[in-house]
Design a protein around this ligand. Structure first.
Ligand SMILES: [Mg+2]
Length: 337
């Protein structure tokens, strides 16, 4: 990722994490891994896979760039997952991509030949649903306005028996245009109580104006699934990510969203509560410094960067990089020893 984009993302994430201080710039050194004290200013390449695995009970894997790249599985991933399961490790897959629901991701795992339970998958679309559940949004009797794709719709859908919050917007508003003739106006549903903004390839002026009115005039809460500056729609180039959609709504409301995807602590808080996990024995594994490794480091987890995705070794080792993982690997195949 370009440096400017990284800085944009970090700045956005820092502002969005209401009340949560980001510690990556002044993180005290911790004692980690087999009682060895690591030098936190220099990333450490994983050498001893066996003792690393002994110190971890739970692996949280980012997906794109770690498990797969686009539609192809990264080499030896099935063997790694098989080994971890054999060793009794808990495995979760966490992705900031909100375009699919957990159900949608299960289909993707299956297509790639990986057997994964829906409970093991945490997409930012689900994080939005979990946040609405935690904040008891349903009790308000209001609706959610979605800027985003089918993943968020599926996670909120009452018919699918997930959290069952009424929603409007998303694909249904993709072809709409507000009345912009003299005297014209857009009159949004008056029951909108929250705007969830996720990656939306069909974002338009109608959706932006609806969100603007809901937030500015109706007091709706502004929730962002993630702030990724760029995403990987194709492997030929980087594409404008959800930071663009969230930026549009920030631009017309002057408001910062509540962030529910990485690096927000919401997902780990939810997992800790639901599964009773010990944070110090959880390892976050990802290919992005500014979301995955930051998420691990800021939430008291171990962190492992894999070079199989967007981050090069050169960028990781550059003196400008301040987000230091506990370990890094060429790919998670290095866990096989
Ligand atoms: Mg990734």
């Amino acid at each position: 990722m370009a440096k400017a984009a990284t800085m944009f993302l970090l700045a956005g994430a820092a502002r969005a994490l209401r009340g949560h201080r980001l510690h990556h710039l002044a993180r005290p050194s911790r004692t980690v891994m087999s009682a060895a004290t690591l030098d936190r200013t220099t990333p450490t390449k994983l050498q001893d896979a066996e003792s690393f695995l002994k110190d971890i009970d739970v692996f949280i894997f980012d997906c794109d760039g770690v498990i797969w790249k686009g539609d192809s599985l990264i080499d030896k991933v099935p063997s790694v997952l098989e080994l971890l399961r054999k060793l009794g490790k808990k495995i979760f897959f966490v992705t900031n991509n909100s375009t699919k629901s957990r159900k949608g991701y299960k289909g993707k795992f299956e297509k790639l030949g990986l057997d994964v339970e829906p409970e093991e998958i945490f997409s930012s679309s689900f994080a939005a649903a979990a946040y609405l559940e935690q904040t008891e949004f349903k009790k308000t009797g209001k609706k959610v306005y979605i800027i985003g794709e089918v993943g968020i719709e599926e996670e909120l859908d009452p018919a699918l028996d997930l959290i069952g919050v009424p929603y409007i917007g998303a694909g249904k508003d993709s072809d709409k245009e507000p009345n912009m003739k003299p005297g014209g106006k857009l009159e949004p549903d008056e029951d909108i109580g929250a705007v969830v903004c996720g990656f939306d390839r069909e974002i338009n002026y109608f959706k932006i104006q609806t969100a603007q009115l809901a937030i500015n005039e109706m007091g709706a809460e502004f929730i962002a699934t993630n702030l990724d500056a760029v995403t990987h729609l194709t492997d030929a180039q980087e594409w404008a990510g959800n930071g663009a959609m969230v930026g549009a709504i920030k631009g017309c409301t002057g408001q910062e969203p509540t962030l529910v995807g990485k690096p927000s602590p919401l997902m780990i808080d939810y997992m800790e509560k639901k599964f009773g996990l010990d944070r110090s024995r959880i390892c976050m594994v990802g290919d992005r410094l500014d979301t995955d490794i930051l998420f691990g480091n800021d939430n008291g987890l171990k962190s492992c960067l894999t070079l199989s995705g967007v981050t090069t070794e050169e960028k990781l080792l550059s003196p400008e990089n301040k987000v230091i993982p506990d370990f890094y690997v060429d790919s998670i195949a290095d866990y096989l020893g």
